[in-house]
Design a protein around this ligand. Structure first.
Ligand SMILES: Cc1cc2nc3c(=O)[nH]c(=O)nc-3n(C[C@H](O)[C@H](O)[C@H](O)COP(=O)(O)OP(=O)(O)OC[C@H]3O[C@@H](n4cnc5c(N)ncnc54)[C@H](O)[C@@H]3O)c2cc1C
Ligand SMILES: NC(=O)c1ccc[n+]([C@@H]2O[C@H](COP(=O)([O-])OP(=O)(O)OC[C@H]3O[C@@H](n4cnc5c(N)ncnc54)[C@H](O)[C@@H]3O)[C@@H](O)[C@H]2O)c1
Ligand code: SF4
Ligand code: FES
Length: 805
């Protein structure tokens, strides 16, 4: 029997977790197609708060990489929205006029932020906080503006406000109720929280009803219905969310607040399931991942034909992700006639704990200042425990390992993923786990909000004793405990030559590695042994394999090489002809002075390359991208040297070189620095009779001004010093470290001192020459066009139309 067709609508946290559960239960039962409106692989929405607060980066919040989809044979359509489900004929239709039929369809369309319908709400500078786009908008606003107002003093509003403070803005939080987080806390805890956040610099306007957003094109302030106003350059609305049910409604699938589902997450329409924030189960809609993941587990069982009791609903627990504030609540939060409570209030230590009891059983808790009992209380509520089980086993004095020791095996360590102490200890013992990353990989604990990481670390210490290294070196990924340096040492010492061999000999815990270690090992092996190593192309990120960058609508971009940013009529004609013939949507001059053909269909890529007959501009590569040049002495009256000529030489010399991350260079012919050398990985500035070489600059999210590495007299010295610098970077940096991060880490003085040793300098140049000899003359586009198998596999049949960068 052929595989059944399973379609997932919504490439978010709940939907993809459900697919993971299905793959675990029945890896070969379905042909899986996923549609996602957002142009990214599934990412950790929860961590947007951490991105805004500066604790992590957008690049690090991917939960399932593009490669994950490919490895699991999942056909992903990123940036594509399903517009209709024809439930009679079992077909979904999209905004790209695609039709896909299904045997089963899962709707996991999440929520939409509730936007107050205030006059002026459409002004520039008014945003929600739900996705990457919103997060980027807030970060950008903070670069230009000073004053932010967040409407809503709930979890989201307070996390946004903390982030905006960290980004250097002044922040007012406007809240409807008379205390914060009134849905999760009681008044005492809400007021304590307010005091703590005021001490951190937040300003609160409580019991305020917003009436109008004022300003011109951009927001300038917020007016309240009592007539008062506050200034605002940015307004973030965080006043709750609404289940995203429009698609279901239009497709005549029964909805109430959410899409109505039974205990197996089935809707009332045959073969249509719904999971996540869009689903309504027993009249409840959830907005936290723990219940959504439980739903996914139960739905997966039904879809895979595994008998189960089904989803029974969840007890919620929440924790605010603002550093320096410990606040937790679970279950019931307010007393009523039937409910009694046990309370501790220690004003001196700033601790407040309230446990609610109904007919002797624990039904809820609010904790402020000391939240270590949080998960224990959640476990006790889930077990239907009596209050004595809590009060008779006072663990208030216990911390660290003693606390871990006193926990029963069934106590939950990771609330988001419902992982217990027993499960983690078993995994550590049975699978020889030694790092938090590995525990995350094997059990999912700490994979969502990350709040349980300290407990997971304590559990490792408790289970492994002295063998556990708390200040763990960073392993290159969860498949090994070895760090980058250790892996490289082992490769050298044991003479390892293939990715598989490295994994086998060095005891990788996974079969075949992951999307983090495979490209890294491929790079390290090639860097260590350039002339012998055969690049394992399949280990590379998809953009690199396709030699093109995917765009947010699933099309690709084509950037031909133009050495030093110089072109000519012949090349321009070829580009124009190709653009006409293949209906290229836009030709754009890039920041690196290249021409970018945007909106190209994947299947047209090989023909376009062939007709252009120009080398690839490597705009997708972890290698030299561009050398930007100023016009220089030939034309500019300030020019001291031939910047274009030198730029072309540099680009021709280092073209095709593999580096830990992308490398951008520039050459200017006077200190006016028109080619912007201060934000390049290598920036050359010509002076009268000499050149300054700047390194480690970055103009992206992590702006960094380049450091002066050296001053030299001749172009030859520029090329040699650049080669020595790049080779040292290639040999010392971790894969995916930009030069900016690496120079920041090791210090420019260190790099200068290494390069000042004549012998080392010469040896670095020799090793660079060896590496360049291998790649010189290679042209990825030509190679692709000439390789029929590759063309067939990669450009016609490849399932994931996606890339990674
Ligand atoms: C800043 C922030 C912090 C958070 N912090 C926490 C926390 O600490 N703990 C916690 O438990 N929860 C937290 N949450 C909530 C948590 O992120 C959500 O509960 C979870 O992401 C919901 O998962 P979902 O799959 O139902 O929806 P989503 O993750 O929103 O995924 C739905 C996806 O479907 C796509 N989609 C919608 N309609 C269509 C369509 N017609 N066709 C194709 N695609 C479509 C959407 O674009 C979206 O990508 C936080 C949320 C935010 C915004
Ligand atoms: N740490 C976490 O667990 C976390 C963090 C962020 C978001 N989330 C989830 O994301 C979702 C959205 O969070 P949220 O905080 O927006 O939702 P929420 O419903 O929890 O809070 C919204 C708050 O806005 C206030 N509000 C409503 N209308 C208002 C108005 N006109 N003016 C001022 N205040 C107003 C409400 O009183 C409420 O406290 C929720 O499901 C939440 O659980 C969770
Ligand atoms: S950097 Fe100097 S030489 Fe080059 S274009 Fe600018 S002003 Fe002219
Ligand atoms: S508690 Fe959120 S990831 Fe563990």
């Amino acid at each position: 029997m052929g595989k059944q067709k399973l379609v997932l609508i919504g490439n978010g946290m709940a939907g993809i977790r459900a697919i993971e559960e299905i793959l675990k239960l029945s890896p070969n039962q379905f042909d899986i197609t996923v549609f996602g409106s957002e142009p990214y692989p599934n990412y950790n929405r929860i961590e947007l708060s951490k991105v805004l607060q500066g604790d992590t980066e957008l690049a690090d919040i991917t939960l399932n990489s593009w490669e994950w989809y490919e490895e699991n044979d999942i056909l992903l359509y990123p940036g594509e929205t399903v517009t209709e489900i024809d439930t009679n004929n079992q077909i979904v239709m999209t905004d790209k006029e695609r039709q896909v039929d299904y045997d089963r369809v899962i709707i996991a369309t999440g929520s939409v932020p509730f936007m107050l319908p205030l006059p002026g709400a459409d002004k520039e500078g008014v945003t929600a906080f739900r996705d990457i786009k919103d997060c980027e908008e807030m970060i950008q606003s903070s670069n230009q503006y000073k004053k932010a107002v967040v409407i809503g003093g709930g979890l989201l509003g307070l996390e946004a406000a903390r982030g905006l403070l960290n980004l250097g803005m002044e922040v007012d939080v406007v809240h409807l109720a008379d205390f914060l987080m009134e849905r999760q806390l009681d008044k005492t805890a809400g007021k304590m929280l307010q005091k703590e956040l005021e001490d951190q610099g937040m300003n609160f306007l409580l019991e305020k009803q917003s009436s109008e957003i004022i300003g011109g094109d951009r927001v300038e302030g917020l007016r309240f219905n009592d007539g008062e106003e506050v200034e605002a350059d940015l307004i973030v609305m965080a006043v709750g969310i609404k289940p995203n049910i429009s698609l279901a409604k239009e497709s005549e699938i029964p909805v109430n607040r959410g899409i109505i589902v039974d205990d197996h997450l089935e809707t009332e329409v045959t073969n249509v399931f719904a999971v996540g924030e869009c689903a309504e189960h027993r009249e409840t809609v959830y907005g936290l991942v723990a219940p959504l993941y439980q739903q996914g587990q139960e739905m997966a069982k039904r879809i895979c034909g595994v008998e189960s009791e089904g989803y029974q609903g969840s007890v919620l627990s929440t924790q605010l992700k603002v550093s320096g504030v410990d606040v937790f609540s679970t279950g019931k939060i307010n007393e009523d006639e039937e409910t009694k409570s046990v309370k501790i209030f220690d004003d001196w230590r700033g601790v407040y704990q309230k446990v609610l009891v109904d007919e002797g059983k624990i039904t809820g808790a609010v904790l402020f200042g000391d939240t270590k009992d949080g998960n224990r209380l959640l476990s006790l509520i889930n077990q239907g425990a009596n209050i004595e089980e809590y009060t008779d086993n006072d663990r208030s004095e216990e911390t660290g390992l003693a606390l871990i020791d006193s926990m029963p095996d069934e106590e939950i360590i990771c609330g988001c993923n419902g992982v217990t102490k027993g499960t983690i200890v078993d995994a550590i013992n049975n699978q020889d786990l030694t790092t938090v990353e590995q525990v995350k990989g094997c059990t999912n604990a700490s994979r969502s909000c990350g709040g349980c990481k300290p407990l997971v670390s304590d559990l490792l210490e408790y289970t492994l004793g002295d063998e556990y290294d708390q200040n763990q070196k960073e392993s290159i990924c969860g498949c090994t405990t070895l760090s980058r340096d250790e892996v490289i040492e082992e490769i050298k010492e044991k003479g390892l030559t293939h990715i598989r061999e490295v994994m086998n000999v060095l005891g990788w815990t996974t079969d075949g590695g992951c999307s983090k270690c495979k490209p890294a090992l491929n790079y390290y092996l090639g860097m260590l042994n350039p002339s012998e190593y055969k690049d394992e192309k399949e280990s590379r990120y998809v953009n690199e394999r396709l030699h093109a960058n995917i765009q947010n609508d699933g099309t690709y971009s084509v950037v031909p090489r133009m050495y030093g940013g110089v072109t000519n009529p012949d090349d321009l004609r070829k580009i124009a002809d190709v653009a006409d013939k293949y209906e290229v949507r836009m030709i754009k001059v890039t920041g690196g002075q290249r021409l970018d053909l945007l909106g190209v269909n994947k299947e047209d890529l090989p023909s376009i390359w062939s007709e252009l007959d120009m080398p690839s501009g490597s705009a997708y590569a972890k290698g030299l991208r561009t050398v930007k040049t100023c016009v220089g002495a030939d034309f500019c009256r300030f020019g001291t040297s031939d910047s274009i000529g030198l730029g072309v030489q540099m680009e021709k010399k280092f073209e095709g070189l593999n580096t830990p991350h992308k490398v951008k260079m520039s050459v200017s012919a006077c200190p006016r620095n028109c080619a912007e050398g201060s934000i390049k990985d290598v920036g050359i500035v010509g002076l009268d009779g000499e050149f300054e070489i700047y390194v480690g600059g970055n103009g992206g999210t992590h702006m960094r001004q380049a450091d002066l590495l050296a001053k030299v007299k001749t172009e030859e010295e520029v090329l040699e010093t650049t080669a020595a610098f790049l080779q040292y970077y290639r040999e010392s940096a971790s894969y995916l470290d930009r030069t900016s991060a690496w120079v920041e880490k090791v210090g420019i003085e260190h790099v200068q001192s290494v390069l000042s040793n004549k012998k080392t300098f010469i040896e670095l140049n020799q090793r660079m020459d060896e590496a360049l000899a291998v790649v010189q003359g290679q042209d990825p586009w030509k190679e692709a066009i000439e390789d029929e198998t590759l063309l067939r596999d990669l450009y016609k049949n490849v399932k994931v139309p996606a890339g990674s960068n």
